[in-house]
Design a protein around this ligand. Structure first.
Ligand code: SF4
Length: 245
């Protein structure tokens, strides 16, 4: 019987991404996510069955070809949605990218750690890992998913010494207390492989999408953090010797 080619369900592409990893990057936003982060600015990626594209890894690589010289000091990032919901596709895409000498990065919430995911990580140069809150109860309230799988994922990356940037969304009323940031920084400082923490201030730029999709936007009354609170958070990591964006 003929083997079906692996395809990925994809929401969209960005040819000149500059915020999802080092250098200029081709960003593939994968469709589908099991989390329901209250602040998510990509709710249109939630449903795996609403992909704009269904492409093979080779077809994605071909989309990069036109701009390849720009990716020389950058590479490819798969984001989402949750890219590791489709690990076989990511594994094959990264395998062929590595064969072309392209730097590979995954932006993930780190909630899956099956064999396919581990194999995809074997072809990954950098993980951008969102550890959304260090308190299990608040994590559940904020994302609708438990924290422990993400901690297990972070510890696996650390054991394997896979270079990682940790991302932390600073959400007033959820993740911005000094105590929570201290505990988060404490966890990060125990990992062997983290080269940077990125503090991402909460914003409401995706709220219009919720209206369009007929979904409730729970954080409409939440105000983005002040410059002072952002700097305060950064200093907590710096005081533990961690580089911050
Ligand atoms: S994990 Fe990312 S894509 Fe999924 S709901 Fe949270 S912010 Fe949105």
């Amino acid at each position: 019987m003929k083997k079906e080619p692996i395809t990925g369900k994809i929401h969209s592409f960005e040819s000149f991404g500059t915020v999802d990893g080092p250098g200029v990057r081709f960003v593939v936003f994968m469709q589908g996510c099991a989390f329901r982060c209250l602040y998510c600015h990509n709710p249109d990626t939630f449903d795996l069955n609403h992909a704009a594209y269904e492409l093979t890894p080779l077809e994605v690589l071909q989309k990069m070809q036109k701009f390849m010289p720009y990716y020389k000091h950058g590479g490819i990032t798969v984001s989402g949605g949750e890219p590791l919901l489709q690990p076989q596709f990511v594994k094959e895409l990264f395998r062929i990218c590595k064969a072309e000498g392209i730097h590979t990065a995954i932006d993930t919430a780190g909630c899956y750690l099956g064999d396919d995911v581990k194999e995809a990580l074997n072809h990954t140069d950098l993980v951008l890992l969102d550890v959304k809150c260090i308190d299990p109860t608040i994590h559940l309230a904020l994302t609708r998913k438990p924290l422990q799988p993400t901690l297990d994922f972070a510890n696996y990356l650390s054991e394997q010494r896979i270079p990682t940037w940790i991302r932390y969304v600073l959400v007033p009323g959820f993740t911005d207390s000094d105590d929570l940031i201290e505990r988060h920084a404490q966890f990060v400082s125990g990992l062997t492989n983290v080269t940077k923490v990125e503090i991402l201030p909460f914003h409401k730029m995706g709220s219009i999408k919720y209206e369009t999709l007929g979904l409730e936007y729970a954080l409409k009354e939440t105000i983005p953090p002040s410059e002072e609170r952002i700097e305060n958070a950064k200093n907590i990591y710096r005081n533990k010797g961690i580089e911050v964006n």
